[in-house]
Ligand binder design. Structure first.
Ligand code: ZN
Length: 162
């Protein structure tokens, strides 16, 4: 039992809300070796990183309409976020100074192995329950236990409910 989070994962958790941090650490403590996981780059985002994400797949006019500097518009790239407000991502530190979201992936990473993402989510949900923290998973937004039923694609994403 228990996996050890690597130095890179720990560094990427810097700036994550303490409640969510407890959940990730509890999940690592509950995991066995076949459920090893890693923290993805960009778990804590600056405003500029959020703008850069939002600008992908959008025009200068769309950016300007949302207060995103038009230099971030990359209409030729694939869209990566559907947020109405570019800065509402919970990866961008909130008023309390902390990011309220983390992106995790099973390690070694295989983006096509969704069953492993589902196992990681089950682990995170159990850890959140043990820590009495309310979280939401990016592949089951309404938390009815049916992943991707509405085309949710954010399997690595976990965030604090509030
Ligand atoms: Zn995320």
């Amino acid at each position: 039992m228990a996996i050890t989070l690597g130095q890179r994962s720990l560094a990427r958790l810097d700036g994550v809300h303490p409640d969510l941090l407890r959940v990730v650490k509890r999940a690592a403590a509950m995991a066995d070796a076949r459920d090893d996981f890693t923290v993805l780059d960009g778990t804590v985002r600056t405003r500029e990183q959020a703008w850069a994400n939002w600008g992908k797949g959008r025009t200068a006019a769309q950016c300007a309409a949302k207060g995103v500097p038009i230099g971030y518009a990359k209409p030729g790239e694939a869209k990566v976020t559907w947020l109405a407000n570019p800065l509402s991502s919970k990866h961008v530190p909130k008023a309390d100074g902390f990011s309220h979201a983390v992106d995790l992936a099973p390690f070694p990473i295989d983006w096509t192995d969704l069953a492993r993402f589902d196992r990681l989510a089950a682990l995170m949900i159990a850890a959140a329950k043990a820590e009495k923290v309310a979280i939401r998973w990016g592949a089951d937004w309404d938390r009815d236990g049916k992943p991707r039923e509405r085309g949710e694609t954010d399997s690595p994403h976990f965030e604090l409910e509030s």
